[in-house]
Ligand binder design. Structure first.
Ligand code: AMP
Ligand code: ZN
Length: 665
């Protein structure tokens, strides 16, 4: 046998043993024998560096250090899931789907909702190439080196499957491993980790992958994204994924109706406490992949799937004090400071009270005993007061009248649930919050500058607003606490680089109340520059598609404020992008203005995403399902037959990829 053959044989063997042990839970070799083979392979690989392979089993021990995790744009967006809480919710969902598909012949898969951190694994030609966290769904962090250390994730697919695909799953920490980790920490005098989910997601961002390798992480798979149409159903594709090496839990079950879905829910609502990992619900999916494609997505989640949340755990505890927090837009959030209590695996000390109406509605008072529940959010909420335990000297809650930070009288406008501190330029958390928002990833994305540093810079009097950032000098920053010369330089160059950030993101970064990411995009597209936007009247603003009175008023308020005008002028003078660039203007036309497109099938000249972008750049709209409003369907190969029938039924023009390209060129 040549060295190459020996190496290959050892790799194959070790991969198989890994699979038997970590995926099938059925060891086919002792640890000792495994280690001997691994050592042997290591030695051979060292002697023959020409056969290096990033996916060899020897590469799983870690060692790579990642200082900054690279941001990667997902090829296919990672959506969130809609939630449901009752059988009625599920029946409503079923009705919507049946109507949408024009059929009652629908089968479902039921899966557990694994509670960890989502991950997207990319495989090309059957080989693992990268792992990216979900992030905001559009882009995440490249954590490939860390993920490689998880033994249940195959690095090479040896059997027949699709060749190019994204595998989606959840990185979890099984309860056993989590408890062991905590025992060790406590023995070392360290603080125990709070819960498995946060520890799992924290592990992905450790800089030293050999540390990750020591943690008993696991990966449970739940979706394959591929353009190869080899399998017809979700169930089939997961079964096959399991056969070729992925840990797709066997709990996945087929259901013919919502009744059968409910049997699954009821079973696991009780049995979940016996599982080796945490789950907070069930995910129900339409099984047929063709039907999934026809149903498509809303702006947030697939229409073909829904999560069902198990009833949250509840505890009761004493509310010691109500305090108030001020957000970056001046919004006041009342906070309940609780007597610490254990809830769903974490210690809870605070709960959000939302707003004055909520406090009034539930009649929540200091010193009350309250019921606390943990839903999907990280911050638990108070759901009711235990009136039987109310002290006799209890006093009705009087909501704050002045800002807890700057003492300015609070205001509340008609129809708004929240109180605000109007002292925009003089209230500390608003000043800091605005700057923190400005530098955040979806906004100016300034590398090397974090929230804590902003605090520090403010305290040292070096900045008062976001425009001040651009006047900072390295020499001013170095003397700051815990600031080395290198990080100071990084920070200044990060600030400088942010001058290239495109206008739509700058507009979002400005932190105008109610102008979120999507609204900023719309406004940038419509007005093309900050000057046009700030000159727009209320009427002009509400005439823009999807801009309502609330947003319009907020923009008018912003634009007429002298402080803001000065800030914008300073940003302009330092060269921040305050208008749409020539380059992106060139690619944009109004050729498709007012036209609604549905894209279906597989394309050859551009990817689906490029096609959608081209529609939007030319003024058209993309919708994911066919309706009377649809003007065109761009059809690629393998367009769904029922989509086709629906389009013909409604008399919608079906055009090819080439027709579309001709249309815009
Ligand atoms: P949410 O974050 O509540 O919107 O729920 C969506 C997330 O649930 C996804 O990003 C996945 O990480 C996670 N998830 C856990 N189990 C499943 C499953 N079986 N199918 C789909 N998503 C799941
Ligand atoms: Zn204030």
């Amino acid at each position: 046998m040549t060295a190459a053959q020996k190496i290959q044989k050892l790799r194959d063997e070790l991969n198989l043993h890994n699979y038997n042990y970590y995926v099938l839970d059925n060891a086919s070799i002792t640890d000792f024998e495994f280690d001997i083979k691994l050592k042997e392979l290591e030695t051979l690989e060292k002697e023959h560096p020409e056969f290096f392979d990033a996916n060899s089993p020897t590469q799983r021990v870690g060692g790579a250090i990642t200082k900054n995790f690279e941001t990667v744009t997902h090829k296919n967006r990672m959506y969130s899931l809609d939630n449901s809480y009752s059988k009625d919710d599920l029946l409503d969902w079923e009705k919507r789907i049946q109507k949408n598909l024009g059929s009652t012949d629908i089968e479902y898969t039921c899966e557990l909702k694994y509670d960890g951190a989502s991950i997207n694994l990319t495989y090309e030609n059957g080989k693992f190439v990268k792992a990216v966290t979900r992030g905001d769904g559009f882009q995440g962090d490249n954590v490939t080196e860390n993920i490689k250390t998880i033994r249940s994730i195959p690095l090479v697919i040896q059997k027949e499957f699709v060749s190019n695909f994204e595998m989606r799953g959840e990185i979890i920490l099984p309860l056993d491993g989590f408890n062991k980790m905590n025992q060790e920490r406590l023995a070392n005098g360290e603080e125990a980790y709070r819960n498995p989910r946060n520890t799992a997601s924290g592990s992905l961002k450790l800089q030293d992958s050999s540390e990750v390798a020591k943690r008993p992480l696991d990966c449970l798979l739940y979706q394959v994204v591929t353009e190869e149409r080899k399998y017809k159903t979700h169930f089939q594709i997961l079964e096959n994924a399991r056969n070729v090496g992925f840990k797709a839990p066997k709990t996945i079950t087929l259901a013919k109706s919502i009744d059968e879905v409910f049997e699954f829910v009821n079973h696991w609502d009780i049995e979940r406490h016996q599982l080796p990992y945490e789950t907070d619900g069930v995910v129900i999916k339409v099984n047929n992949l063709q039907q999934q494609e026809e149903l498509g997505y809303t702006s947030k989640a697939p229409r073909w799937a829904i999560a069902y949340k198990f009833k949250a755990e509840q505890v009761s505890t004493v509310l010691n004090e109500i305090t108030y927090q001020v957000g970056r837009t001046g919004a006041i959030t009342p906070v309940a400071n609780l007597e610490p209590v254990q809830l769903a695996g974490t210690t809870v000390k605070r709960a959000s009270l939302h707003n004055a109406d909520q406090i009034e509605k539930l009649d929540i008072r200091e010193k009350d005993t309250v019921f606390v529940e943990k839903g999907g959010e990280i911050i638990p909420k108070i759901i009711a007061v235990d009136f039987s335990k109310r002290p006799i000297d209890s006093l009705h809650t009087v909501y704050a009248t002045n800002c807890p930070e700057c003492d300015t009288p609070l205001v509340r406008t008609e129809g708004d649930a929240k109180h605000y501190c109007p002292n925009e330029f003089g209230c500390a958390p608003q000043i800091t919050g605005k700057i923190q928002h400005f530098i955040s990833r979806k906004a100016m994305d300034i590398d090397g500058l974090g929230g804590e540093t902003v605090d520090l810079l403010r305290k040292e009097g070096l900045i008062e607003n976001y425009a001040d950032l651009y006047d900072l000098k390295v020499e001013q920053v170095i003397p700051l606490e815990r600031m080395a010369e290198k990080s100071a330089k990084n920070m200044i160059s990060g600030i400088k680089k942010s001058k290239e950030i495109p206008f739509e993101k700058v507009l979002f970064a400005l932190g105008i109340r109610f102008v979120g990411e999507t609204v900023a995009k719309k406004l940038a597209k419509h007005f093309k520059s900050i000057d046009n936007l700030m000159a727009a009247t209320f009427e002009e603003l509400i005439n823009v598609d999807e801009i309502g009175e609330r947003i319009a008023q907020s923009i008018v308020d912003f634009s007429t404020d002298l402080g803001n005008i000065q800030l914008i002028n300073r940003l302009k003078s330092v060269g921040v992008q305050l208008k749409v660039s020539e380059e992106s203007l060139q690619n944009q036309t109004n050729k498709l203005e007012g036209q609604i497109f549905v894209v279906s099938g597989v394309f050859h000249q551009m990817s689906r995403n490029e096609l959608k972008k081209a529609i939007e750049d030319n003024g058209g709209k993309v919708s994911s399902s066919i309706s009377k409003k649809t003007n065109f369907i761009v059809a690629g190969d393998n367009m769904g037959p029922s989509k086709l029938a629906k389009a013909q039924d409604l008399g919608i023009s079906i055009i090819t990829e080439q027709d579309f390209i001709d249309k815009i060129s």
